[in-house]
Ligand binder design. Structure first.
Ligand code: CP
Length: 313
C-alpha cells in the first residue's frame, strides 16, 4: 500500500487504511517523543513553514516542535506579521514560500477550501491546519490516536460529540475519521448549532446532549466557535452551560468508564465544568502530547513522497 497524497487536506479524502497507517506511524513517534533526547534525523534537510491566518496555540506550536524534533528547518508566518497585511493574495504568498524551497506548508485559514486551492498551485505539500468550518484533519487524527491509546480500539465504540457542531471543523473531521474506522457517532447540541445535513455524514443527531451521551464510550466536548457565530444562536453563556454544558451529572449518561476529550482551548464553565476536567477519565492533556506525535508522523509521511507504507493489519 502507498500513501498516495501530496497533501493532507481532510479525512474525507483518506481511506480507512491511510488513516490507520498515520496512527500506526504516530505510535513510533510517540515513543521518540517520550525519550529524554527528542531528536531524530527524519526531516534533515527539509523546510517546514506554518502559515496561519487565524490564531492558534496547540496546532502551530506542535507542528513547530514536531519539525524541530525531527531536525527540519522550521519557520512561522502569521497573517498579521506578513505581506498579507499589504494585500498579498494567498496564492502569491504560497508561491513565494514555494520559491524559497519549502517542502511543507502548514496552513490555517478562515475560508473553507483555502488549503485545497493552495494545494492545486503549490509544489510544497500543504497540510490543512483548519479551514473555516470545513476540516481540521490533524486534530481528528490526534483524537483518534488518543481514543485508540485509551480504549484499545476505535471500531465498535460509541463516540458522542457535543456542542457547536455547526461551526466545528473538528466535529466534521472526527465524523469522517470515526465512521471510516467503524465507530458509531452521535452528535448533540442546540438545534441552532446543528447543521440540517449532518446525518448525511453517517452520524445520528440529537438536540439534547443527554440523549447523545447515552452509553457513550467517548465524550468529546467542542469549543463554542464564537468568532464564527452570528448573534442570537445561544441565549447566553450561562444558559448554554446549564442546558448543553458537560458536567458530572450529564457524564453519568455515558458508560461508567467513558473518557472525556476536548480539542481545546476550553471555555471553562461553558462547554465543560472544571469538575469534569479534573476527572480521571479526562485526557485533554494527553491529546496535546499526542498532537505532537501525530504531527511528526504526518510530516514524515508527506516528506517521503511515494514512499512505501509498511502498515498491515
Ligand atoms: N485545537 C486547536 O486547534 O487548538 P489551537 O487553536 O490552539 O491550535
Amino acid at each position: 500500500m502507498q500513501f498516495g497524497h501530496k497533501d493532507l487536506l481532510g479525512l474525507k479524502e483518506l481511506t480507512a487504511d491511510e488513516i490507520r497507517y498515520i496512527l500506526h506511524s504516530a505510535e513510533t513517534m510517540k515513543y521518540i517523543l517520550m525519550q529524554n533526547a527528542k531528536k531524530t534525523p527524519h526531516l534533515q534537510g527539509k523546510s517546514i513553514v506554518t502559515l496561519f491566518y487565524e490564531n492558534s496555540t496547540r496546532t502551530r506550536m506542535s507542528f513547530e516542535l514536531a519539525s524541530k524534533y525531527m531536525s527540519a528547518s522550521a519557520a512561522n508566518i502569521t497573517a498579521s506579521g506578513s505581506s498579507v497585511q499589504k494585500g498579498e493574495s494567498l496564492l502569491d504568498t504560497v508561491r513565494t514560500l514555494d520559491r524559497m524551497g519549502t517542502d511543507v506548508i502548514i496552513m490555517r485559514h478562515p475560508m473553507s477550501g483555502a488549503p485545497h486551492l493552495a494545494a492545486k498551485h503549490a509544489k510544497s505539500a500543504i497540510v490543512n491546519a483548519g479551514d473555516g468550518m470545513n476540516e481540521h484533519p490533524t486534530q481528528a487524527l490526534l483524537d483518534l490516536f488518543t481514543i485508540q491509546e485509551k480504549k484499545g480500539r476505535i471500531e465498535g465504540l460509541k463516540v458522542a460529540i457535543c456542542g457547536d457542531i455547526k461551526h466545528s471543523r473538528v466535529a466534521r473531521s472526527n465524523i469522517y475519521g470515526l465512521t471510516k474506522l467503524g465507530a458509531e457517532v452521535a452528535v448533540g447540541g442546540p438545534s441552532t448549532l446543528m447543521p440540517a445535513e449532518i446525518e448525511q455524514l453517517g452520524c445520528k443527531a440529537y438536540n439534547s446532549v443527554q440523549e447523545a451521551l447515552i452509553d457513550a464510550d467517548v465524550v468529546m466536548g467542542l469549543r463554542m466557535q464564537l468568532e464564527r457565530q452570528k448573534k442570537g444562536l445561544i441565549p447566553s453563556a450561562r444558559e448554554y452551560a446549564r442546558f448543553f454544558g458537560i458536567d458530572e451529572r450529564r457524564m453519568k449518561y455515558a458508560k461508567p468508564d467513558a473518557i472525556l476529550l476536548h480539542p481545546g482551548p476550553v471555555n471553562r464553565g461553558m462547554e465543560l465544568t472544571t469538575g469534569v476536567m479534573e476527572h480521571d477519565g479526562c485526557f485533554i492533556d494527553e491529546q496535546v502530547t499526542n498532537g505532537v506525535a501525530v504531527r511528526m508522523a504526518v510530516l514524515n509521511i508527506l516528506t517521503r513522497k511515494g514512499g512505501q507504507v509498511e502498515y498491515s493489519h
